[in-house]
Each structure stands twice: as structure tokens, then as C-alpha cells.
Design a protein around this ligand. Sequence first.
Ligand code: PEP
Ligand code: MG
Length: 536
Amino acid sequence: MQGKAVSEGIAIGVLSIYRKLAHNPGMSKYLGSVAEINRLAVARIQAKRELESLRIKASMEGNEAGASLLGSYIVMLDDPAFIDAVERRIGDRHMTAEEAVESARDRIYELFGSMDDPYMQARAEDIRDISDRVIRNLGGSVQITPNLTDDVILLAEDLTPSDTMQLNTDRVLAFVTKRGSNLSHTAIIARSMNIPAVVALDYPEGCEGKLAILDGYNGELIIDPDEATLERYRERKAELEERARILSELKSLPSVTLDGHHVGLLANVGSAPDIKKALELGCEGIGLFRSEIFYLDRDDYPTEEEQYEAYAEAVRVLDGRELVIRTIDIGADKQVPYLQMKHEDNPAMGMRAVRYCLGHKDVFRTQLRAIYRASAHGPVSILFPMIISIEEIWQIRSVINEVKASLDKDGLKYATCKIGAMIETPAAAMISDLLAKEVDFFSIGTNDLTQYTLAVDRQNTELEFICDYHHEAILRFLKMTIDNGHKEGCKVCICGELAADTSITADLLRMGVDELSVTPASLLKVKQAIRGIRIS
Ligand code: PEP
Ligand code: MG
């Protein structure tokens, strides 16, 4: 059976279906609006308590991704729009609390689910999960946690973080869900657990208990495989395990070429727990901290204090190693409702990244204050996305001066931060000689540089066949940027996906790139490539 692969790996095991407890909202009688609203309030408190204990459990198990998702569920339970939608149904339409939650849930689910944005579609599943938890609490029924005693490939309609948190995940070899996308929680959690997962696979109910193979590379579920297939997959699994073992031996070895050139190997991350993972895999620092993560998945701007704590935690975890924080790159494919950005016909070329920040200096200043305050605890560099001119750097420097003056006034400490420009527009690459005089370092974002140079939308899967990251135009821009950077003493890093493409690592090193910053999962593979290259 074919689904969509969202987390790599091979699993061979028995299939087990996770069925959620059914509820019957038609059961209770309408007790009047005051009584129903009170019942709703009690059920919401109980649901929050359950989620809080699951969140603590996740956190204690080191599952920070799950803990933070559960934290966002707790916040959603207090969302005034959600509460209002339910209470209006109780008051105006005389629905019982159960019926009202179910009706509001279906409406919001339909609304989010019909949006084009896969991120919002994934949020529709969150609404379903928190609503069902409230309904369960209204019915007084108890959540049944499947007691997994054997290692299984777990099948489910969909799995929410609270589902997975209640499972004995040590026993789960892989996940398969009927619904979901690359951004759904099953995908995120499976990747963080480093186990295979396939979504959008319509498995038959009768397959429970059968032996199966799940291929997390091509999205195939093979139920009742014949002996020859089984043998083929066992061999492939053993090969992958051997490869992983060899790679893991590289963790503590230096990132140097055969002829002794050191190449900085850094990680791209979005949170402090990701940094811990990247350090365990032997990275030398963080080359790209995507700070917009703090702005997504919430209802209001993060405060200076919240951001400061997150950045300071990152600095603390890195313990003196390099940390490059990129200021928010919001807009284009990363939309945030509370920023109330105007509709744009062409958002990829619109009010995004540093353009947004320079047009909303209050938001920009808040983030820069938080970053500078964190710099008091260890080395921090600041990277600015979507630069197209030196005038932007001057404007940025002037905001930085204001921020430093305000910190001085408040008696808050900060250190000197290196200032870097992302080279991800053709304009920035073409004037990299001028930009190099204005900044301390460059970081080349090959994802956007390719999109804008080739005029190919990076999200358009139908154009994938011409979205050539090795295009001669890109290679010339890379060489030009590296040479121009070096002439002015700027270090040059590549932080786009190309940095993890080992088929081109030798060329990048021969061009003279100083650092490569890649997703944590690619660190060892890139280190292996670097260690096998002779530059001269
Ligand atoms: C890039 O454009 O290459 C990059 C690293 O930034 P993002 O993928 O976040 O746009
Ligand atoms: Mg970019």
C-alpha cells in the first residue's frame, strides 16, 4: 500500500491499530445555558490538567518537541475565540456542552482544513484533539491508553501529541496514519524520535496483528510480505544500521579535509532542544537559528522577555560555541495571523524578512534588545535575511545603535555581536563586494538565492525539474560571494540546503567556503564527505 513518506527508516514488525475512545454527544440533556457553560468550564479545566501532566511527562523524557506542542494545546483551550464559539452555541442554539464543542470543532476543522496552507491544515487536527479531550471530560469517560507490550508498527487515523505521549513509545517501531502531511505531528514526532513514518495511507482495518514492512523512504507498507521481500528488507535494514553506526563514530572527529583544511560544520535549528541534539551529533556551533519559530504557532507577539529567555538558553547550552541568530524571516511562506500583514499578490517578493522589520521598528527593536541581552552570556552573531542593498545595512546599524542606547539607559548588559548579511538575492550576490565592507560575515541562503536567480518558486512542485540548485548561475554567484567576502575579511558560510548536498561538497570547499550549516540530521553525512576530500 502506498502513502506519503515523512520520516526515513525501515521497520519490520506486527501491525497494531490505535483506536480512540468513541463518545456520544447526544447522550446528555440540555440543563440550561448557565449549567452547560459551567459544565464546559469544569471540563476545560480537567482537560488542561491532563495536558499539563502529559506535558511534564514529555519534558521529563526529554521530548521537548512534544512538550512544546502540548503547551500550545493548553493555550488553545483558553482561546477566547474557541470558548466564545462554544458558548454561543449553548446560549443561542440551546445545545448541550458536548454538542456545542462538537459543532464548534467541526466548523473550525472545516475552516482550517480547507485552507491551502498545509501548516493551517495541520492545526485543524489540533482543534480536533483538544475538542475531543473536552468532550471526553464532559462525558466523564476515561481515556483508554493502549497498553503496548510488543514492538509494533502503529496504525492510526491520526496521532496527536497527547496520543503519542500516552503511548509506550519505546514499543513503537514506526507510525502510519490515514490522515496527515509532512507538517503533521506524527511526522514531527517521528522525525524527532528518529523512527520511520508514513502518512496519508488508507490501511484496511483487518490488517491488525499481521506482519508488515514499512518503508519510510518511499512510503510503502507491505502487509504479509513474502520471504524473499522480507529477506531483502532485512538486508537493507542491516545495511542502514551499519551505515548509521559508522557515521556515529564520526561524532567526535574533527571536520577537516584529507589535506588538513578545517571547515566549520554548524547546524540549522529553531529551538534550544534542537541545539542539544545538534551538539550530541558533534556540530561546532549554530550557523542559523531560525528565530521566526517563536512568532509562529501563537496568538500574539512574543515579548522581549520570552525571546531573551529563549536566546539566553541557547547561549547557555552552546557554552561558548558560535551562535548565529537570524532575525525574523516572516512573510512569503511563513504567515502569522496576528501580524496582520496585508494581502500581497506576490508575497515571496513582498513585505518579508528585513523589509518587514525595517517597516515595523517596534517589532524589530524588541527582537534586537532580546538578542543583545542574550549576548551578555556568550558569543552571539546576528544575521539579517533578504538583504538587497547597503542602505538596508545602514538602517539596521542605526536601529542597533538605538537598541544599545536603550539598553545602556536601562542598565542592561550586552556584548559586541558580529553582524552578517544573508546572501539570498541575486542583488546581494552581485554587490557582495560592497556589502562585505559593511558587515562582518556572509551566510549564503541557497534556497532563496536559487528561487530568485532562476525565477522558480521553491514551493512549486511542478517546477522542481528546473529548480536546479547546481545551476551554473548559482555556482558563479557562490564563487563571487566567497571571493568578495574574503577580500574584506568576511567569513562565508552556506546555510541553504545545498550545504548538505554531499554531491557538491568538494566543489564548495574548493571555492573556499569557510563554514557549512546544515540540519542536524545531515551533520554526520557532511562531516564524512569533508573528511574524504582533498582540496588542493
Ligand atoms: C535559504 O533561503 O537558503 C535559507 C537558509 O533560508 P530559508 O530556507 O529559511 O528561507
Ligand atoms: Mg531564505
